[in-house]
Ligand binder design. Structure first.
Ligand SMILES: NC(=O)c1ccc[n+]([C@@H]2O[C@H](COP(=O)([O-])OP(=O)(O)OC[C@H]3O[C@@H](n4cnc5c(N)ncnc54)[C@H](OP(=O)(O)O)[C@@H]3O)[C@@H](O)[C@H]2O)c1
Length: 249
């Protein structure tokens, strides 16, 4: 049985809790959060605390706190003997701390949107082989997709994720605005969104690029730019058009 203490009560902590709760070989010993009010959904199932000085014994302490707080929390719980890991894509392995690692789930999590953890890639890293072996065991208990990824690799993976997830989602949101302005239901675009994502995941995305930019259909591009009435949307359109054209010669 692997004993786990979860630190944080937000999006990632909630989904990790649910996944660990279903795994037969993992016992969630405690959940920590600064605010008592954040712990109400956990306290019926396990022990909870608002004090970092009051953590129970565990094999692994998993920090699912905001990136800026990771270093500080790791330093405060150095009195514990277990392995301490964080779940951030952008924070490197903390070399100064003992028994330190990373348990980064490469997915977008919102508290109230269910996920199938078995399909979520888990990127693990640890200071020593023994800790890495423990993380393999923990990760394999909830996911079928486990990768050893170094801090250096994780930096570029996180940057890629910002492009393929956060930026793409912002573009969806612009698409939704344009639909709303013209009283077109955004759902009409759902099959296009899904097919674009499907194609990009079974091909090199550059090889399946379509649209006026890659065709160099200048009249259509000018027509689109004339329709955009927000300066930042026009800038994004021009920047992406130029980038597509440069990439495709
Ligand atoms: N959401 C995602 O899609 C995603 C995906 C992969 C990895 N991650 C990583 O997972 C971690 C958590 O992200 P999240 O989306 O779960 O964030 P979140 O929902 O905003 O939750 C953040 C948690 O951090 C706690 N916190 C904030 N400042 C703190 C401090 N100074 N000391 C202790 N706890 C503090 C918050 O507690 P309070 O309520 O007390 O403020 C809250 O429980 C981050 O490192 C993030 O990069 C997120």
């Amino acid at each position: 049985m692997i004993k786990v203490v979860l630190l944080g009560a937000g999006n990632v902590a909630t989904h990790l809790f649910n996944a660990f709760d279903e795994a037969k070989n993992i016992s969630i010993e405690q959940v920590f959060s600064r605010k008592e009010s954040s712990l109400t959904s956990f306290e019926k199932k396990t022990a909870v605390t608002t004090s970092l000085e009051n953590l129970k014994e565990a094999d692994v302490y998993i920090l699912a706190v905001k990136d800026d707080a990771v270093k500080n929390v790791i330093e405060k719980i150095q009195y514990k003997n277990g392995l301490i890991v964080h779940t951030s894509g952008s924070v490197p392995l903390l070399k100064s701390a003992k028994n330190n690692g990373v348990f980064y789930p490469l997915q977008t999590f919102s508290k109230n949107t269910a996920v199938d953890f078995s399909k979520i890639p888990l990127c693990i890293e640890a200071d020593i082989d023994e800790n890495l072996a423990l993380l393999h065991q923990l990760a394999n208990s909830i996911s079928n997709s486990v990768y050893e990824i170094s801090s250096e690799q994780r930096k570029s993976l996180h940057l890629s994720a910002v492009f393929v997830c956060n930026f793409v989602n912002h573009l969806y949101s612009i698409g939704e605005d344009l639909c709303q302005e013209n009283k077109v239901p955004f759902e009409i675009l759902h099959p296009l969104i899904l097919e674009t994502a499907r194609k990009a995941s079974v091909n090199s995305p550059a090889s399946v690029q379509t649209g006026p930019a890659v065709r160099n259909d200048q009249k259509t591009i000018d027509f689109h730019l004339a329709q955009l009435n927000k300066a930042d949307y026009s800038k994004i359109y021009t920047l992406l058009t130029d980038s597509i054209q440069q990439k495709n010669g």
